[in-house]
Structure formats: C-alpha cells, structure tokens
Design a protein around this ligand. Structure first.
Ligand SMILES: Nc1nc2c(c(=O)[nH]1)N[C@H]1C(S)=C(S)[C@@H](COP(=O)(O)OP(=O)(O)OC[C@H]3O[C@@H](n4cnc5c(=O)[nH]c(N)nc54)[C@H](O)[C@@H]3O)O[C@H]1N2
Ligand SMILES: Nc1nc2c(c(=O)[nH]1)N[C@H]1C(S)=C(S)[C@@H](COP(=O)(O)OP(=O)(O)OC[C@H]3O[C@@H](n4cnc5c(=O)[nH]c(N)nc54)[C@H](O)[C@@H]3O)O[C@H]1N2
Ligand code: SF4
Ligand SMILES: [Mo]
Length: 732
C-alpha cells in the first residue's frame, strides 16, 4: 500500500484496483481508486483494457450505491406472520429454506417446486459455477429463467443452424463496412448478445472508415439518431421485411455475385422456395417499410465488402422471434458474411464452455409445460407458463418457488397475476439482496454478498465479445465474516436439501450425493482455473491475476466449419423448425392487421440509467427527470383528446395501468412505449425510492398467452393496447 499523500486537494490514494463492471453485457474494465480509509475515491474506465478501452457509463457508479445501500439485505431474513422481516442466522435460514422446499416436494412430488433464475446470474462467476448444480439436485422439471423473456429465439436458431445454442455469431464492428441493427438500441443498452463496450466510439470509428449504420426500429431511438439510415417498422412485422431481404438476395441479379454462402452450407434452394411468397410489397404492406427500401437494403448488403446484421430484443421478444433471428442468420450466411472479418463471427473464449461441453447444446420440445403444453428448450420451460402452473390444480401443480437473482413479478408477462399466484404458494425461498416485488412473497430471503465483494470472471460475455480477451476481476472489498457469496449459498442450501431429504445413510453416502456435494464445495476460482487450463489458452487464474488489463488474444478469428456442432459440420440453412413455421406465417401476414379499431401497439424501451428492475434504489441513477412516462406520437394523442403530460389509462387484454404520457415524434404512429422494470409501489417492497419513483409495470399489460410461435418466448413488444384520457375526478 502506498503512503497516503496530502498534496494540494488531490485526495490521498491508497490503492488502485482493476475490476470488471458486472451490470451489463459490455463488461467494462474499471479503474477504482480507494482512499486511505479503503473507501472508493473514484471510478473510471481502465484505459489500458484492450476490450473496453477506458469506456464506462453512469451505471458503473451504481455498483457503489448498491454496495452502500441501507436497503440491501446483509443478513438472511424470515417473514413473520405479521408480514414483517426478522433477521436470522445463516444456519437457521438455510435449514428453514431447505426444510420448507423439501417438505413440499415430499408431499407433492419433485415438480411441485419451480425454480426461476434471473438475469444477474449470468453476470456472476459463482452463480454460473454453482447454480446449475443446485438446480439439478432439486430434481424439478419446472425450471424457468429470464431467457424466455429475452433471447430464447437466438438459442433455438443457433441450435438449429450451428448445432449449439451458444454458437452465437457477433457483429465484427471494428472491421465491418455495413452494420444493420434490428430491434436493438446499443446506445442505451450497450449491446446485447454482443459484448461491445463503448458502442458510441466504435460507431464513430465505423463512420470514419466510411462504413454505414442502418437501424430498423418502430422508435427513432438513440441508436437510430446516430445511424446513417433509420427505417420505421411496425412492431411484430420484421419477419416480413427480413424474409423479403432473404428473397431478394436469392433473386437472379443478386444471387450470382461473388462471396455467397460458404461451401459447408446446404439447403439454399429450399430457402429460395420457402421465401418465395415474402415479397418486398408484402413487407411494405405489413411493416410500413417501403418496398424500395427493402430492396435497397438487400442490394446494399449484397454489395458491401463486409456487412453484419444483428437483431435483439425488438425481434426476439415478439410474435415471430425465431423466424426473425433465423432470417438474420440467413442474410449473413447468404451474403458470405458469416465467419468473415467484418461480418458476424464466433469467438475463441479462453474458458471454452462450448468446447469443454459445459453448456448443453440445447434441444426443443423434449418436455412441455403441464397446463398449456408450451415447449421446453435446453432443460427449461417458458416462464410465461409459470403463473398458470401455480394456479391450475392437479397432479404436478407448482406449490413452492425458489427465485435466484430474479424479479419475475416485474419482468415476466402479467406480473400482476404472478404476484397473486406467488401469494398463494405453500413455500417460497429467494436468493437476493433486495425485498423487491417478487421476493416480498418469500418465507425466507438469503442475501448474497454485494457485486463488489466477489471475484469475477465473465464466463458468458467473453464468449460474445467483439475481441478475444480474458480478464480476472478480484473482489474490491473483502466480504464480512457473516457474508456469503452466491456460490456459498448454493453450496449450503444444496447440502441442506440433501440432508433434509433424509433417506438414511444409504442416500447420504450414495455416489451421486457425494459427487454433488464435492462439486458444490469446489470454489468458483478452482472450477474456472480447471476450465482455463483445459481450454488450450495457456492461461490460469494465477496468471490472469498478474495481468491488470487481462490477456489480449486479438481480433476475432474465423472458426468455421470446425466449430460447428452439427452432423458432418455442415449448416442446413432451412432447419425444420423454420420450414414448418413459414407457411403459417405467410398466411398470418397476408391476412392483414388483427388490431381492433383504435388499438395501438405497445413496445418497451431501455434507458442508459436503468437496469431492468433493480437499480431504482441508486441515488446517482434516479436523480433528474422521471423516465417512466408512456411515449406516444402527438397525432395519436390528439385524436384521443390527450395532451402531453396528461394522465392516461392504458388497457390491454390482461390489465391496465395509469401513467402520464409524453408526446414525441420519435415514435411511429400507432405505437406507444413504456419501459419495463418500474412499478415499485406494491405493498412491502423495501426500496427507498419506491414512493418517489414508482412508475408502472409494463408487464401488468403484457399477456402470457401471447407467446412466440416456435419457442414459447414471451411477446413483450407489439402488445395491443388502448390509451384513453383519465376521466376527470378519477384519481390516479
Ligand atoms: N416488458 C418487458 N419485460 C422485460 C424486458 C423488456 O424489455 N420488456 N426485458 C427482459 C429481460 S431482457 C430480462 S434479462 C429480464 C430481467 O428480469 P429478471 O432477471 O427477473 O429481473 P432483474 O430486474 O434483472 O432482477 C434481478 C434481481 O436480482 C438481484 N440481484 C442482483 N445481483 C445479484 C446477485 O449477484 N446475486 C443475487 N442472488 N441476486 C442479485 C436484484 O436485487 C434483483 O432483485 O426482464 C425481462 N422483462
Ligand atoms: N441501460 C440498460 N442497459 C441494459 C439493460 C437495461 O435494463 N438498461 N438491460 C440489459 C439486458 S438484460 C438486455 S437483454 C439488453 C437488451 O438490449 P436491447 O435489445 O438494445 O434492448 P431494448 O432497449 O429493449 O431494445 C429493443 C429495441 O427494439 C425496438 N423494438 C420494439 N419492438 C420492435 C419490433 O417489433 N421490431 C423492431 N425492429 N424493433 C422493435 C425498441 O424500440 C427498442 O429500441 O440490454 C442490456 N443492457
Ligand atoms: S456499459 Fe455496462 S459494463 Fe460498462 S460501465 Fe456501463 S453498466 Fe457497466
Ligand atoms: Mo436481458
């Protein structure tokens, strides 16, 4: 440690630490200065980091707010019959949690317990190494996660085309000439299924190379505003546009150019036949994007010396997510841009979860949900089915829930119905450090250490990054003696469940039990180290610890066809899941709009200072103007007699919310937008800001019965709603 200096007004610096921000997929490298007392003096981007190159966004500072937040749980709590929380010891809490969960399973069967894994799990090394083991030992088929309100269509398409759900090519933004983003707003979200820290600077570099950015989105987003071209697309209709582009690429004048599909691609002729009916004219009719613009986009993609198309939430969490994601891959394949510098490329991760067989390749529909028969994928079921699995009586009914780092009441369709369903459970356990809209229903909450109190290595996002790097992030603060990491909670709860199940010495000492226990006791660091050493990158945790800026393994390299996990390492460009969906889709799209008179289409949005449902407690992120208003086009408001700033009632098939409107021409006519993750004013939620910043939950309007047709992913964008002025005299 350096001696504290007191020169001028420069704060004394006791230490400089380099850590990774775990809040979003950009995984920026931070440089943190601690003062002599060991508190954070400053946080900035780490300039020397080869991936994030000094980038940082306002959210990084919220890591400290979360760490310091008085509302953050530091000890386990048990809910009392009066509805208050009582702090208990870890021993008592873990034993109680294991007991209530196993009691339900003993009486009603293993599937009576449902598990929901939320988004922050993928941003935590210990969660990734330990939660799969915990979930497996719980033996339930009722496994849910945030994947099915997010990127499930990507996984289904990657599995169908490339043989593994995590073979997800990313745009090689640093070398491309044409970047096309569909339903994605990285200026606010910092990229998704695409770790692209400092998107704004990378976009500027693209422009200075003479490259172009094109955006398709029903809102003129922050990203659309910095694009060379932006096309409005009516929500839920991108499939028509993207399939028309595929069709154009296969017409005579575009098909014969050099740089077509690689030699390991089969089925191009079948694709040509399958998309025949999806004309640019149909695309214009349903989407509003002019047929000429659709043709122009296809021509530009075919002509560019390199191009990359990427689609995210807007084309994943909508009615035709799988077809959209497939069409995007097909465009990249047909233009010869898959696996080529400047196109979309696969990574060469130093810890290779795919190559080492740690992640399952996926598989669709092997299991189905009990009530509605929605298909499972890769061992999970679509979370849109969770509420009905709890409320529908019968064999296999869910009676207990374990949530881990999730808030499904705020983040899944008809959260208000799930909210009610959770209150009727026999037992609920949450692993989370907040009493939020969901965890308030738990009998016991087990709070992990804060994100600044844990070592980290990004197992997932190195796999999706625009440059191959490897970075170890040491805990900034040593956790207190009575603090447990996520992995330690998984270990202790797992062992307690095995004990609580009983079954005598034979079960206790069975080989399977011993193996599970051994795995739970193996610290994340050890598991990562084994993975690094066996992945052929000549790296270890000890070695990475000496490298403040991590290991720079260079720009993305071509990986195909070797990396394919399909039979014969070939790509069948028209997999059955897509071929089967196209005829019905053509009928649906040709049938015209199903909207009733006066209905608008609701879409979501993200703001740079929001983070799903859980940073609304951070003072630094919640200052300033409220961000939760309903955005609408002034014309759509005028015909309804609504003025900017008025309170309105938004109604959907499943619910209603009251919220103020904000008029903006950035939205396409006929479309309105609400952010998700608000709506904190539910009883018992313990967030300082909940009353100042309640907002409403967009997911009180989304409909669990509207799921993506192939995968069962939630439809969160393109929700039919009506908007009416709040009548005078009705208080909001
Ligand atoms: N309408 C609509 N709904 C959406 C979306 C949308 O665009 N529109 N987006 C969807 C998407 S993409 C996602 S990913 C989901 C997110 O949905 P969820 O994953 O269900 O919810 P989050 O808001 O991420 O909640 C995370 C919870 O984890 C806790 N937490 C944070 N860090 C840790 C940790 O290290 N350990 C533990 N144990 N807990 C932690 C927080 O306190 C918080 O309660 O929302 C989805 N819902
Ligand atoms: N600041 C911030 N960053 C985040 C998060 C956050 O909450 N806040 N969440 C993180 C998570 S979990 C994720 S998954 C990513 C998501 O990252 P993004 O995919 O960038 O998320 P959104 O902002 O929801 O962007 C979806 C875009 O799709 C558009 N859209 C809606 N419907 C349609 C449609 O039918 N067609 C088309 N073409 N577009 C449509 C919306 O207008 C919006 O601009 O962001 C991550 N980063
Ligand atoms: S962009 Fe994401 S990873 Fe980077 S500082 Fe902001 S929240 Fe953290
Ligand atoms: Mo997400």
């Amino acid at each position: 440690m350096q001696e504290p200096s007191a020169v001028g007004d420069v704060p004394p610096v006791a230490a400089v630490r380099h850590i990774t921000c775990t809040l979003c997929e950009a995984m920026c490298a931070l440089e943190v200065r601690l003062d002599a007392a060991g508190t954070i003096a400053s946080v900035r981007g780490h300039e020397a980091d080869p991936l994030s190159r000094g980038h940082i966004c306002p959210k990084a500072l919220a890591l400290q707010d979360v760490h310091d937040d008085p509302d953050r749980l530091r000890s386990p709590v048990v809910r009392t019959p009066a509805g208050t929380w009582r702090e208990v010891s870890w021993d008592e809490a873990v034993r109680y949690a294991a007991q209530v969960l196993t009691a339900v399973q003993r009486e009603h069967g293993d599937d009576a317990l449902a598990v929901y894994l939320g988004n922050p799990n993928v941003h935590s090394l210990g969660a990734l190494t330990h939660h799969p083991t915990l979930v497996r030992l719980l033996r339930t088929r009722n496994r849910y996660s945030a994947t099915s309100v997010d990127q499930l269509p990507h996984h289904v398409v990657a599995w169908a085309l490339y043989g593994h759900q995590f073979l997800l090519p990313v745009p090689d933004i640093d070398r491309t000439d044409l970047l096309v983003l569909v339903g994605h707003n990285p200026m606010a979200s910092n990229g998704s299924l695409w770790t692209v820290p400092d998107f704004p600077q990378r976009r500027r570099e693209l422009a200075s190379r003479g490259g172009r950015l094109v955006v398709l989105d029903p809102r003129r987003t922050e990203t659309a505003k910095v694009a060379d071209a932006h096309h409005f697309v009516r929500p839920g209709t991108d499939a028509a546009v993207l399939l028309a582009v595929v069709r154009e690429l296969l017409t005579d004048d575009l098909a014969d150019r050099p740089g077509g599909p690689a030699a390991y691609v089969d089925g191009v002729d079948r694709v040509r036949d399958a998309v025949e009916g999806f004309t640019p004219e149909l695309a214009e009719e349903v989407s509003g994007m002019p047929a000429d613009a659709v043709r122009g986009l296809a021509r530009d993609l075919a002509a560019a010396s390199s191009a990359a198309v990427h689609g995210r939430m807007g084309v994943s969490t909508q009615a035709h997510g799988v077809v959209c994601q497939w069409a995007i891959q097909a465009i990249n394949v047909l233009t010869g841009n898959l696996d080529r510098p400047g196109g979309t490329m696969l990574t060469t991760p130093a810890a290779d979860l795919i190559g080492r067989g740690v992640l399952s390749p996926g598989g669709l529909g092997k299991r189905r949900t009990r009530v509605r028969g929605l298909p499972g994928f890769g061992g999970e079921l679509p979370v849109s089915a969770l509420a009905e699995e709890i409320t529908t009586p019968g064999e296999g009914q869910v009676r207990a829930v374990l949530t881990i780092a999730g808030n499904p009441v705020s983040s899944t369709p008809s959260g208000h119905l799930l909210d009610e369903a959770l209150s009727g459970l026999d037992a609920m356990v949450a692993i989370d450090f907040y009493v939020n809209e969901t965890t308030r229903h738990a009998d016991v909450i087990l709070p992990p250490a804060s994100p600044l109190e844990r070592d980290h290595y990004d197992l997932v996002f190195h796999m999706l990054a625009v440059r191959d790097t490897a970075r170890w992030s040491p805990a900034l603060f040593r956790p207190g003696r009575d603090t447990k990491q996520d992995w330690e909670i998984a270990r202790d709860l797992g062992v307690a469940v095995l004990r609580a199940r009983g079954g005598g010495l034979r079960a206790r000492w069975s080989r399977a039990t011993l193996r599970t226990e051994a795995r739970l006791r193996l610290a994340p660091r050890r598991q990562l180290d084994a993975l690094l050493r066996s992945s052929g990158a000549r790296l270890s945790v000890t070695k990475l610890e000496t490298m403040a800026a991590g290991a720079d393994r260079g720009p993305l390299k071509p990986r195909l066809p070797e990396r394919l996990m399909t039979p014969g390492k070939r790509i069948d460009l028209l997999p059955a899941v897509v071929a089967d969906a196209l005829p019905a889709l053509l009928t649906t799209l040709s049938g015209g709009s199903a909207l009733a008179e006066g209905e608008l289409l609701l879409i979501g949005r993200r703001h740079q200072r929001d983070n799903n449902s859980w940073l609304h407690n951070a003072p630094r992120l919640t200052r300033g103007r409220a961000r939760h208003a309903l955005l609408a086009h002034p014309d759509d408001l005028a015909v309804r007699g609504i003025r900017d700033g008025d309170q309105v009632i938004v109604r959907s098939a499943v619910g209603e919310v009251r919220v103020e409107v904000s008029a903006t021409e950035d939205l396409m006519r006929g479309v309105v937008s609400l952010p998700h993750g608000y709506g904190h004013a539910r009883d018992g939620v313990r967030l300082r800001n909940a009353t100042r910043l309640p907002g409403v939950s967009m997911n009180d309007l989304t409909d669990p019965s509207a799921v993506e047709s192939v995968s069962g992913n939630a439809v969160l964008n393109g929700v039919p709603v009506t908007v009416a002025p709040l009548e005078v005299g009705v208080s909001p």
